[in-house]
Design a protein around this ligand. Structure first.
Ligand code: GDP
Ligand code: MG
Length: 434
């Protein structure tokens, strides 16, 4: 999805003027991308309708480029659908708060039970786990092991699920534990036996909160599953699992919009710590698959002088980029914050590069060297002879070698640009039909 959407949006992102045709084309791509990501058709319609309206507005607005506005509009709509706020557990006024986890087999219930227990324990609560899945061999043992890793006691007994659950709650009360998490059995598909068992546990324990655990990979089926469980349990919220895989996240959008249940937590890996509150804005970015482009746009909007940026790009293209331009551009980018932060927000930047430590000191040194040059030197570095070089070095607190290195790098860069015959990238891209 990410790539597709990125493609669709990149075509319009850089444009300074949008035509109705541009908007229509972008919207069609956005629709296809969302459908591909398993977003429910009703939700897709809703989003593209709202984005369409926003985009038409963007055609008139001068502040951001219209392309940026469309990107932003899509992001905003996604957040809107996902829900603005992060979920908060409402603890019962008389402890223990009883929490029931339900879901299909393999969705990640047992893992989520332990992860949630660990999270709560770290928040200063005293959770208690109940192993009420007696259907799958080894399920009790699995929870016991995970509970031990999480430092949370586990209650189990080889009786019936309902009995284990009720006795476990009583035991939690006796031990003055304040949150009880009940792990239940799942089936490969929704059937009466499964539904009856879990709703009987619910009736017997009167769980305050009923969480449905959903594997993010199941996409559209999430809606069907959520509806079925909601009918029997009156779900409180959803826990979305396996978001570390290449799940598209469409499930999240659909469950929230169609079933109307908030997504409370996200499970993002196999380790117990890989569990976090669900952040709608992060999910929206994930669905858009474009890194944190929006924050970047916002920051750029605040700090970038569009004229300066454009002038630099033009001069680069025409081979007239000198050190004066370089300094101007460098200062623009630096205004946006530490380079590492800026880089990490860019889509398509390889992970290795994002994680690499950028030597901010090096950047500062470069800025100092170029600042110590006269305007004439920046326009025409070839006039920099030995004595000028010595002056620049002492003025910038660097060595002559460092000044030389920079000049050489700059020459190489210019040569490379000329060889590549850098043309206006936006023009070639917008002409290419997909
Ligand atoms: P249950 O049948 O619903 O209780 O599911 P389990 O908790 O036993 O999980 C099924 C499998 O999915 C196990 O191998 C888990 O390690 C794995 N799993 C659960 N949650 C996640 C997750 O967020 N990410 C990844 N990668 N694997 C998960
Ligand atoms: Mg299980």
């Amino acid at each position: 999805l990410g790539e597709r959407l990125e493609g669709a949006l990149s075509r319009i992102r850089g444009k300074t003027r949008l035509t109705q045709a541009d908007v229509d084309e972008a919207l069609a791509e956005i629709r296809r991308a969302l459908l591909e990501a398993d977003v429910n058709i009703g939700v897709v319609n809703l989003i593209s309708e709202r984005v369409g309206v926003a985009a038409v507005g963007a055609m008139a607005s001068p502040s951001l480029t219209p392309g940026q506005q469309v990107v932003k509009a899509v992001h905003n709509e996604l957040i809107d659908v996902l829900g603005q706020d992060t979920y908060r557990i409402r603890f019962a006024s008389t402890p223990p708060t009883i929490l029931l986890l339900a879901g299909l087999q393999g969705s990640g219930k047992t893992t989520a039970a332990a992860k949630l227990a660990l999270l709560l324990r770290r928040q200063g609560r005293s959770p208690y786990l109940i192993a009420a899945d007696l259907a799958r061999p080894g399920a009790v043992r699995q929870l016991e092991i995970l509970g031990e890793q999480a430092g949370v006691p586990v209650f189990s007994e080889p009786t019936t699920p309902v009995e284990v659950a009720t006795k476990g709650v009583a035991e939690a009360r006796r031990l003055a534990r304040d949150v009880v998490i009940i792990d239940t059995a799942g089936r490969l598909a929704i059937d009466d036996a499964l539904m009856n068992e879990v709703s009987e546990i619910q009736k017997a324990t009167q769980a305050h909160l009923r969480f449905l655990v959903v594997d993010a990979m199941i996409g559209q089926d999430a809606v069907v599953t959520a509806r079925a469980f909601d009918e029997r349990l009156e779900l409180s919220a959803v826990i979305l699992t396996k978001l570390d895989g290449d799940a598209r996240g469409g499930a999240a959008l659909s469950v929230k919009e169609v079933v109307g249940k908030p997504i409370a937590f996200a499970s993002v890996g196999e380790k117990l710590e890989d569990f976090e509150p669900f952040y709608p804005d992060r999910m929206a970015s994930r669905i858009l698959g474009m890194g944190d482009v929006l924050s970047l746009i916002e920051r750029a909007q605040d700090t970038m002088d569009e004229d300066v940026a454009k002038k630099g790009a033009d001069r680069l293209r025409t081979g007239h980029f000198d050190l004066e331009d370089f300094l101007e551009q460098l200062r623009q980018v630096r205004k946006m914050g530490p380079l590492k932060g800026v880089l990490s927000m860019l889509p398509g930047v390889p992970k290795e590069l994002k994680n690499q430590d950028i030597d901010e000191g090096e950047i500062s040194r470069i800025e100092a060297i170029v600042s110590s040059m006269t305007k004439a030197e920046r326009k025409n570095p070839s006039i920099i002879d030995v004595s000028r070089r010595a002056r620049i070095a002492s003025g910038s607190g660097t060595t002559q070698l460092q000044v030389n290195t920079l000049l050489k790098q700059f020459r190489d860069m210019n040569k490379m640009m000329r060889q590549m015959g850098v043309g206006p990238p936006s023009a070639t891209r917008s002409r290419a039909k997909s």
